[in-house]
Ligand binder design. Structure first.
Ligand code: NCD
Ligand code: ZN
Length: 387
């Protein structure tokens, strides 16, 4: 038995479902599941009901998270067709702007090129304006505001990236808009060979792009669909084995491993048209540690993509005195019954994994002791709220 001490992991893509879908998950159950998986900060997506697209709705969500979360939570704002860019006044309090360009769960899909122009342009103008006012007030390291420095000004002012769900032909559209407007772009859940190779090319050309891959797209493929049924249905869909191979071949350009934790109940998954999405926040670390055990990843590969890079890309603050103790040799079977997510299941049920989280310490307090969540609701912080 070998217990290793790691920094708390960051899951940069989760759906904690509050407000609107609390029968699937809420800020307490979702962040408790995160802690049990060794995750001490999550970035929550805006496709709730109502969506997180105005300052009032953002404030409502931040208050819910602040009273219930047991790990730290960053909140995305989302681009919507009816509120347009109403979130701009509080954009700095968000970890980024999420735009759904491809098929997804919920109603936030944007399919209009004119609107996409608007969202990229307004995010850039807001970020650049913010950087300028900060530099006048002497708080920013931004020295000047000419065209060439504006991209960097966006990061220096702690403005998050535009994060897009953009598959197939929508990917080059978003890459170009980001390049043309000089807005850092983060591509969530990349799945196909054609997509990862395009991102590699864009990175080689100096585009301001980063990307993420989920464990389910690394460890499952379309070959698992007949076995999994609706439990294997998510967007983007599980891809062909050759696409999975391409993700592994291109690991050096994958910036983040994030789960796209998208809980739906098993009752919903049994409907004739089941909602797409699978839970994942608490299986992230054991699945990745199993790949370390199998010689497919190193521990440093995990820490780079689950701690350092998400922190850098989203400008997240450090979490002092925060760490995870994990027995990397403990082997066990993942089951539905052992999942803490309110959804109560995992697409990896039956998988044998290595890596048992024994203790999680958040800001010096034991938040999870390997069996129970000890952290009080509200002990998690909502990030970026003091700006
Ligand atoms: C997500 C959900 O359920 O919110 N579903 C999914 O299949 N990934 C939405 C999304 O991330 O596109
Ligand atoms: Zn998602």
């Amino acid at each position: 038995m070998a217990t290793v001490r790691l920094p708390g992991l960051i899951d940069a893509h989760v759906h904690l479902r509050e407000p609107g879908y609390t029968h699937k998950e809420d800020f307490y159950t979702g962040t408790a599941a995160a802690l049990a998986g060794g995750v001490t900060a999550v970035l929550d997506m805006p496709n709730t009901v109502p969506p997180t697209d105005t300052p009032a709705r953002f404030a409502e969500k931040a208050a819910l998270a602040a009273s219930k979360a047991v790990c730290d939570v960053g909140l995305f704002v989302g681009a919507t067709t009816d509120q347009l860019d109403a979130y701009l006044p509080i954009a700095q309090r968000a970890c980024g702007l999420k735009i759904y360009v491809s098929e997804t769960f919920g109603s936030l899909r944007i399919e209009d090129l004119g609107l996409l122009h608007r969202f990229f342009r307004s995010w850039r103008e807001r970020a650049a304006g913010d950087a300028l006012s900060l530099s006048k007030g002497g708080k920013s390291q931004v020295a000047d505001t000419d065209e060439r420095t504006t991209q960097f000004a966006i990061r220096n002012s702690q403005f998050g990236p535009v994060a897009v769900h953009a598959e197939e032909l929508m990917l080059p559209v978003c890459l170009n808009l980001s390049h043309l407007y000089g807005v850092p772009l983060h591509i969530v859940h990349v799945t196909r060979r054609s997509e990862i190779e395009l991102i590699r090319r864009a990175k080689e050309q100096g585009y301001p792009v980063t990307c993420e891959v989920t464990p389910h797209h690394l460890f499952l493929s379309s070959d698992d669909l007949s076995r999994l049924g609706a439990r294997g249905d998510m967007r983007p869909r599980l891809a062909a084995p050759d696409d999975v191979a391409a993700l592994w071949e291109n690991l050096p350009i994958v910036d983040i491993f994030a789960t796209d934790h998208a809980p739906h109940t098993l009752t919903e998954k049994a409907l004739p048209t089941p909602p797409p999405g699978v839970p994942g926040v608490e299986t992230l670390l054991p699945l990745l540690l199993t790949a370390v055990h199998d010689g497919r990843l190193t521990l440093d590969d995990i820490l780079l993509r689950c701690v350092e890079n998400p922190r850098r890309i989203y400008g997240l603050p450090p979490q002092p005195d925060t760490f995870v103790e994990v027995d990397v040799d403990a082997r066990y079977e993942l089951t539905d019954a052992s999942q803490r997510t309110k959804a109560g299941w995992t697409p990896f049920a039956g998988h044998s994994v290595f890596g048992k989280v024994e203790k999680v310490t958040l800001r010096g307090q034991v938040a999870y002791d390997g069996h129970r969540i000890l952290a009080e609701p509200g002990s998690g912080k909502v990030l970026f709220q003091s700006v």
